[in-house]
Design a protein around this ligand. Sequence first.
Ligand code: BG6
Length: 518
Amino acid sequence: MIRRTAPPNLMVVFGASGDLAKRKLLPALFHLYRQKLLHKGFVVLGYARTAMSDDEFRTQIEEALRQHLENEHSDPFDAELWQGFVQNLYYQTGGYDDRAAFEALAARIAELDEAHPTQHNHLFYLATPPNVFEPITALLADVGLADAGDGGWTRLIVEKPFGHDLESAQKLNDHLLRLFREEQIYRIDHYLGKETVQNILVFRFGNGIFEPIWNRNYVDHVQITVSESLGVGARGGYYDKSGAIRDMVQNHMMQLVALTAMEPPVTYDAESVRNQKVNVLRSIRPIDPLEVNKWVVRAQYSAGVAGGEEIPGYLETEGIPPDSTTETYVAWKLEIDNWRWNGVPFYIRTGKALPTKVTEVNIMFRRPPLMYFNSREARGPRVHNSLTLRIQPDESIILGFDAKRPGPQLDVEQVSMDFVYNRAFGDSAISDAYERLLLDAILGDSTLFIRRDETELAWDRVTNVLEGWAIQEEILRRRGKTLPLPQYAAGTWGPMESDDLLAHHGHQWHAPVLNGGR
Ligand code: BG6
């Protein structure tokens, strides 16, 4: 095993007083530090508008870490370790479009480069709302921070949302690429840092037995479900401008499709892997916006109980306009026009306020040519042998197949063979996605980050859908009507229309198996 230890570096976190920094980034860095994966010359400089001293920032982060460790890991907070970590933690107050503040930032960085052996390696993390991505990067370049010089490297991690549609994503890319080179830009999608997502390629290409049947000759259709039981909660302001297709499909789900469908890369490196993902995205058949309803279903949740919680209807949620047409659920039938997948539908669905939080990729194999046996589920989706890549929770891989039920009759029932991560690798095997991604960015490995063409191709396909919806709404508006979006009660698996999308082709959604085992 090759141990990957980061080189020295100074990481500036823009948006350091925000939620992402406190809940994900700093805890991930602390875990890396605990595992001795950070170099002793690492420095974290938080930057945000909130006026704070270094010590106030440190106290805030300490509290956030304590909470995080206790709630999410039931781990005690290691005070001694914290004492070591905190020595390298600093804070700088400043605006995001204020040149003087960025000059002060440059001076602070120079000072920290002197005080710590950072070797002038700089990583800038944009963990702010997207409306300040452009001013921040423009000012970084303006004050000479886009290229470190002095033998160091400079990299930029850009959080989502990366654009709002194809045009805005292209504009943001053009802007960034005027200031930075593509190899300096790390567009993050945290799904790629999940162990189970990384394992998709290992499962497919590290084994000889699955790949020969991973194609249209053996696969009937593919389903990808990313469901969440929470409603939009307090994130209404952001969510209403985004909706399920921008929030989840353009990024996380398109990546899952790409990894599931891609051809083997020439070698396992950033360019080869991303070339193959791009080929899949390019092969996704663009839909005609006027035919959007044939391919895509959208819906909004109404009040109900999901994941044991009472959830008010989307339109009754604080911050949501009562006539909002933002979708909280989307199901899409994708066709991939390439040699391997032609004629194999990829059904993808995601939504808020569904019965449970689960992410799965289901490969549904073709039925045998003759069905001799009286399967109890003979008419259901289970007549397909299924291979389920359970991304989260209960991380596992489950192969579903028929077996004879012991007894005097010939009764057939579907059973499963399971590989369960925590049984195989122990309870703490799965670390947070951000840990891996931060380490990779510091190491300069962009395999698990999104390249320009990937993000734009995914936006291109999603923008067709958005255009289709906009046309529908415009037609209705001219007639003085608003769109009645299909509804689903919180705690149910989405609207009827989504079942119809599959039923039309003789398919049914695969019911996720909850809490391990079948
Ligand atoms: C984020 C979305 O990108 O992913 C959220 O903005 C969503 O709306 C989250 O809840 C889901 O991530 P995970 O890792 O919890 O599946």
